[in-house]
Design a protein around this ligand. Sequence first.
Ligand code: S3P
Length: 455
Amino acid sequence: MSHASPPKPAIARRSPALSGSIRIPGDTSISYRSLMFGGLAAGETRITGLSEDEDVVITSRAMQAMGAAIRKDGDTWIINGVGNGCLIAPEAPLDFGNVGAGCRLVMGLVGVYDFDSTFVGDASLARRPRGRVLDPLRDMGVQVRSAEGDRLPITLRGPRTATPITYRVPMPSAQVKSAVLLAGLNTPGITTVIEPATTRDHTEKMLKGFGADLAVETDARGGRTIRLEGRGRLTGQAIDVPGDPSSTAFPLVAALLVPDSDVTIVNVLMNPTRTGLILTLQAMGARIEVINPRLAGGEDVADLRVRSSRLKGVTVPEERAPSMIDEYPVLAVAAAFAEGTTTMLGLDELRGKEPDRLAAVAAGLKLNGVDCDEGHSSLIVRGRPDGKGLGNAAGDAVATHLDHRIAMSFLVMGLVSQHPVTVDDTTMIATRFPSFMDLMTGLGARIEPIEGKAA
Ligand code: S3P
């Protein structure tokens, strides 16, 4: 899908105290995995709490194109899967629009099959090289035809029988780890993935739940070895998807920054591979109370009461990056209002996102008067707790580069800056986190579309 609709800029202004209780949509990573694994497993999978964003719509279409039957009954999604090893060849290219993670995972899932599968996406997806996923697939025997530099459009064709590999993931990446494991599902023998640091573990946990023969060993330094026996039987499951901690990050940081706020966010996934932002904000002095921690469907879940807080700058260690990789843009905004300096290290992975998120955040901060330094893999932000001089009085808009997390982070910034903050586009928020605007304005945030103006 190309960026068909015209950009819709929006403006955020200093807001009165935020208050209320909100429920965040289901975790995106668990949502698209539920559809993929349900579409692959034999029998019926029933999913509640599924996020209904573009990631899910696109993954659901891809699984349908490969033989899965997917329907919705009230709030429950019901999937009848094909059975492991039984995907059928998609007749048309699989269009991943703006969804990079889904694209990488499905490349692993179907790439080893002995037929052609073609992947396309929007301008932002097409710009990024896919070598980090394609290289291990090539080792397993997959032929790759692509635009120059391993870019979309890409056509994959697996061998008659894929070769199991032992793959040491060169960087901490859940997407690369997952793509290799998913390829291992249709590969005879044991596929082994070694990751240097623990990244989100939804693929491992969920595949085990679906019946895969999978074992995980963790070494003293936090590295993990995952072994998966291929060609096993996967059986449909019942899944209740908890609220997305990455989406939670926006109202959470907004509530911390806007004076006198008191917001409760219910049913948030607290899997330790995803809670790096909460740990960091607590170290900065954030008042985040974890209420009613519980286990739901094998995952840690809790409600969060968030009250406005005086934040202090900290150094965020490199090791924490995998557990908050999508949260740096909004942490950078929190840091802009903290007392002192916040230093974020080990951000190399942000340069591999769609777009280069580190450059996009630094550019947006500078445009809005924040004193910061962008290093090759670091970001240093010197905060202004009173927000004086922050924002952009001239109305110059942050370039979001089709990235919903950049757009939402800077809209949060506008709620506390002296001057408003404008972003050049919000159309991708409507597809990736459709309830964001309503949730935020319902809490009292002053965010408005700029009608009739393309920034
Ligand atoms: C994801 C993993 C993360 C994250 C992405 C979703 C996943 O990427 O940025 O939004 O669902 O596995 P990496 O861990 O590959 O950096």
